[in-house]
Write a protein that binds this ligand. Structure first.
Ligand code: SF4
Length: 373
């Protein structure tokens, strides 16, 4: 579920979000409730996971969250069995809001820290006080949410390896159940990319970025976190089930402007336009809807599955490739990668070897090309 409001636009962000003026929150929640009601007529069973992202979901007023959670109740399994995550900005977490979230079934909070160092937050134009990350964690724990995740960004212009290690240590001090660490990307049409083009910031050196990536795995691994996905680390049993569903190419529904869905081979994206969304009724207006070709779906399955430490089922992938007449090409591509040690086979699954993770994009690309040239 996508909530499209933020209190400020971070310079690296290309998600659909608008600076909140508080005047459309109520209409938005009313419209989102209507969309959920329409979904409920199509899907009568509760969800294994729910993820509310954004934007900044915790910017919604507490009373509007109450309305939303009431509408979401039929989608939630009893006994806390639905993994229900809400993304949180450290500035907008309050005891009152947390109590409402917990009462409504939320049992996981994903806090966007990005960095604990003010100068790097300033480069990102990210507006929060790093001290409030710990405050948000304390409040969440006091309200009974133990499943807490932190998002961090590395390879920020001007960030040294020591700065990054200090960020990791600050994160570890909070004892999160889950940590996501992504290298900064320069998306088209963002202010940061414009500043890069204008020479106002300098992209991190490739070797430094690689060092940071490897240091992340080393530092978080030593602290007991499993690198269950290239950029995601979890204490045992705290892997994000919602994101695992994406990487395992499972089905998910969607709600809110610009959110994407995937069911039975169909992919769609709700239009990224709040005005159009508010003016519509029933299901959200779409900007894209397609059923990709079977070879594209197989390639996408490899792209997502090979990001995971568990990798993909060799027999499952070969079965699909055979059906599509791509088995010989795939086998050749996999054998080449296995000979170089880039792909390993363990318990009938193919995965990228630890030593080759820096080359993951090109390894995955070669396998995708073999099934979907
Ligand atoms: S808070 Fe998140 S969604 Fe909002 S502008 Fe910043 S990065 Fe984008």
């Amino acid at each position: 579920m996508h909530t499209p409001f933020c209190f400020h636009k971070c310079h690296y962000c290309d998600f659909y979000s608008i600076v909140d003026t508080r005047d459309r929150q109520e209409d938005f929640v009313r419209r989102l409730s209507g969309e959920l009601l329409s979904l409920q007529t199509l899907v009568s069973h509760p969800m294994d996971t729910i993820f509310v992202g954004g934007g900044t979901p915790t910017l919604l007023e507490a009373r509007l969250w109450e309305t939303l959670l009431h509408r979401l109740a039929p989608f939630i399994l009893p006994g806390g069995r639905t993994e229900f995550t809400v993304e949180a900005n450290p500035e907008t977490v309050s005891p009152e809001l947390l109590e409402i979230l917990v009462a409504g079934g939320v049992n996981r909070l994903s806090v966007g820290a990005q960095s604990f160092q003010p100068q790097h937050l300033a480069t990102l134009e990210r507006w929060h006080d790093p001290a409030n990350v710990g405050r948000a964690f304390d409040l969440a724990k006091a309200t009974g949410i133990a499943n807490l995740s932190l998002d961090l960004i590395f390879a920020i212009p001007g960030q040294s390896l020591d700065d990054w290690l200090a960020d990791l240590d600050a994160a570890l001090a909070l004892q999160p159940a889950h940590v996501s660490c992504y290298a900064l990307t320069y998306e088209p049409n963002t202010p940061l990319t414009a500043r890069l083009a204008a020479g106002q910031v300098e992209r991190a050196d490739e070797d430094l970025e690689a060092e940071m990536f490897l240091a992340t795995r080393q530092r978080l691994g030593a602290a007991g976190y499993q690198a269950y996905e290239i950029s995601n680390f979890a204490a045992s049993g705290f892997e994000c089930r919602h994101n695992l569903a994406y990487w395992r190419n499972e089905d998910w529904l969607t709600a809110g402007p610009s959110a994407s869905g995937h069911v039975a081979g169909w992919r769609w994206k709700n239009a990224a336009h709040l005005g159009r969304y508010l003016a519509s009724t029933g299901l959200a207006p779409l900007s894209e809807c397609a059923q990709p070709a079977p070879t594209t779906r197989l390639a996408e399955g490899l792209m997502m599955g090979l990001r995971l430490a568990e990798g993909v089922s060799a027999a499952g992938v070969m079965h699909d490739a055979e059906r599509l007449g791509r088995a010989d090409d795939l086998e050749r591509a996999v054998n080449l990668q296995r000979q170089s040690g880039a792909i390993i086979e363990r318990s009938g699954r193919w995965s990228i070897s630890e030593d080759s993770l820096l080359l993951a994009d090109s390894i995955i690309g070669a396998l995708m090309h073999a099934v979907d040239p």
